[in-house]
Design a protein. Sequence first.
Length: 398
Amino acid sequence: MGIHHRIVVIGGGNAGLSVAARLRNAGQADVAVIEPGDKHYYQPLWTLVGGGRAPAHESVRPQASVMPQGVAWIRDSAAAVDPVAHTITLSSGAPVGYDYLVVCPGIQLDWDSLPGLAEAMESPSASSNYRFDLAPKTWELIRGMRSGTAVFTMPSGPIKCGGAPQKIAYLAADYWREQGVLGDIRVVLVLPTPGMFGVKAFSDELEKVVARYGIEVHKNSEATAIDPSAKSVRIRDNGTGVEEDLGYDMLHAVPPQSAPDWLKDSILSDPADPRGYVEIDKHTMQHTRYPDVFALGDAGSSPNSKTGAAIRKQAPVLVENLLSVMDSSRPGARYGGYASCPLTTSRHTMLLAEFDYSMQPAPSIPLIDTTRERRDMWFLKRYGLPFLYWNLILKGRA
């Protein structure tokens, strides 16, 4: 007979551990987490690593050190889910049965979906803060550049931490300004969106930031191919369809992203979404067709920005609703789409963009205008949020 647990959580990242810890804090004795990795990463720090403002080692800890006490850790990955039979098939082929399921395996970085991207990452002039091993390389490229063209790209579609592709451009430009070489560097930022940000108040502020640094912004545009041997990236204007090849001396590229492949092939995913996210009610986090299945975090279909801040608001809602369903009650807690994006606008300032499903500012800190760049918000990003993550969020207390 295979393994069976009352509650199984797929994924041991921010979402999975937050939920597992909250369930244990609520008295649930039989909780299992499926997670193959032996290291746990605080990924929001990677932007600061790439910008030379934090050491990489601060972003990683052993997975065993953050796994909630009393949780069964299944050190494997999910390969398939049968929500009718209440079973998960692991990559090893072993089955795991469940009564209730929480799906949060994170998001998949599709390096091979952009021609030349994977090869560019192995070349001397390109990097990406979306990989732990590459973030220090980003800083080496920034630190070594004194003239030429630096290109920063962002793909279309939902990605984790949607502000990260432009945050590193600001950190780089501010460093070059400090070094007195910014005037000799053409900084190009390629964004697939019509504005700098989806919320006008923050978009207006970021327009001032790019003007201050003299950054050339290509909106409604994205990279369609990279030739690392020629040090060239092809940029398409999505409005006109016109493409141009842009030479670079430094490239920071962000891969397109989607749900993990096994999830795309699952009946849990939204059939109308080719990216394969789990089809959930955007307010309750409950699956729309399988009431004993919930999801949160980057792999959920809720239309919020895919950030750790969103998970922090989703996790208590999901746990409350899951416990209600387990008690034969209707889910009553609701998530309003809150997310925040701490946008580093220089090496000393940050813009804390907070918003919800209404796409209007949703400030959470009293008496502080977070629609403007602030020095105190920098300290929140660099020190406050990592402390909160390791000591409270992963333990289900914040």
